[in-house]
Every structure is written in C-alpha cells, then in structure tokens.
Design a protein around this ligand. Structure first.
Ligand code: CTP
Ligand code: MG
Length: 209
C-alpha cells in the first residue's frame, strides 16, 4: 500500500509571532523534524508552504505547493499533488515537530487494518465544562473525552471524499466523520506538543532531544 504524507506549514503563526516552521529547534528547522519522521512511513512527502515560500525546493520533500486561507484549504492544496495510486494518506501539522516515527507507523497501521481514519489521542486531564456565556451548562464526562493530535492517517478514498467539497474543520478526521467514516484512536504521545506560542519552544526542545 503506497503511503503519502502531506505536511501543512502554510499558517501565519500569529500566536507565535512569525513563521514557526522555520524556527530552529535543537539545530534543525521545525519543519525538518516532521519531514524526517514522516519519511519513516512515506513513499512520498508533500509540503504545503506559505505562498511566498512555495517556489523553492524543500530537502526531503517530493513536492512543494502553496497553501490556502484555512488549514483545510492548505490540506486540499497538498492533496492535489498526491498521486492517484496512494492508498493511505497521512496529514501532519508542521507545528508538531516532536511527532515520532513510531506515531506515524501506528496511525498508518490502524488504517491498514481497516479504519477509514486513525488519530493519536491522549487523555483529558482537566475538568471540561460546557458554557453559554459565563454560565455553566454541563460538566462533561472526562473519561470519554480525548485530546487529538497529528499525524492523522486515512484511507485515500475517504480523505479525498471528505475534501471533495470546500469544507472546513479544525482537523481532517472531523471531515471524514461527517461522511460517516470510521475513525479510530491510537495512543498519542504527551511529548507530541503543538508549537503555538513562543513558550512552547523550550518544552519542544526537550521533547525532541
Ligand atoms: N496551517 C496551514 N494553512 C493555514 C493555517 C494553518 O497550513 N491556512 C497549518 C500551520 O502551518 C500548522 C497547522 O496548520 O502547521 C496547525 O495550525 P496552527 O498551529 O494554528 O498554526 P498557524 O495557523 O500558523 O498559527 P496561528 O493560528 O497562531 O496563526
Ligand atoms: Mg491557526
């Protein structure tokens, strides 16, 4: 089964204060950590970059393309460059440089075993409440909630169908779920943090070492 990975790095990095995929983390660019881990499962890698950067070659990438206005639009831009013979497509945020090769392998294995999609999940440790304005409506049952990460792997047909219309969601699994696809969770990694703010850099530096 041919596996392709789409790495999205076309965000504006507003909360970080700049293009975080180019930031150095333990001596390598944030983006390079993801490309390296993706290579452990990938027959091909597509990197989605901000429009101004998409005209250059990326070491380790088979194709580079400019992203869109939303994360989902950027995934679609990457998906358009994935060859038709890819059977499993993995989508990963460049903003998660500490995702391990094992995590990539785990989500791909779950799709090979028959799921439409597979996402890494970690337990929710805080109490979560549903609110309307400042009023608490409900306290949610924490044992049924998980935090979800990338890489997320999909049967190519399911991911392409989910992105066939210009839908938007905070992750790709949500689009596959909307079409009734079976999405399963695999054990996520608490070190697989997302680089959102400058303060995340120090913890990520530890995680990648
Ligand atoms: N992303 C993208 N295209 C967009 C928006 C986001 O490729 N139009 C990518 C980001 O580059 C990142 C991932 O999606 O790797 C997750 O997004 P996020 O962490 O929110 O990054 P940014 O959107 O860049 O940050 P911010 O929301 O603070 O501007
Ligand atoms: Mg964003």
């Amino acid at each position: 089964m041919a596996v392709w990975v789409v790495i999205v790095a076309a965000g504006r990095g507003e909360r970080f204060g700049g293009p975080k995929h180019l930031e150095l983390l333990a001596g390598r660019r944030v983006l390079d950590w993801s490309i390296g881990a993706a290579r452990s499962v990938a027959d091909g890698v597509v990197v989605v970059l901000p429009a101004g950067e998409a005209d250059r070659d990326e070491p380790g990438a088979d194709a580079v393309v400019a992203g869109g206005a939303t994360r989902s639009a950027s995934v679609r831009a990457g998906l358009a460059l994935v060859p038709d013979d890819a059977e499993v497509i993995v989508v990963h945020d460049a903003a998660r440089p500490a995702a391990s090769a094992d995590l990539f392998r785990a989500v791909v294995a779950a799709v090979r075993a028959g799921a439409s999609g597979a996402v890494p999940a970690v337990p929710v440790t805080d109490t979560v409440k549903l609110v309307e304005g400042d009023r608490v409506v409900e306290t949610l049952a924490r044992d049924r909630l998980v935090f979800v990460q990338t890489p997320q792997a999909f049967a190519a047909t399911a991911l392409r169908a989910a992105h066939a219309t210009a839908s938007d969601a905070t992750d790709d699994a949500a689009l596959v779920e909307r079409l009734g696809g079976t999405v399963v969770v695999v054990a996520g990694d608490s070190r697989n943090l997302k680089l959102t703010e400058p303060a995340d850099l120090a913890r990520l530096e530890q995680a990648v070492r």
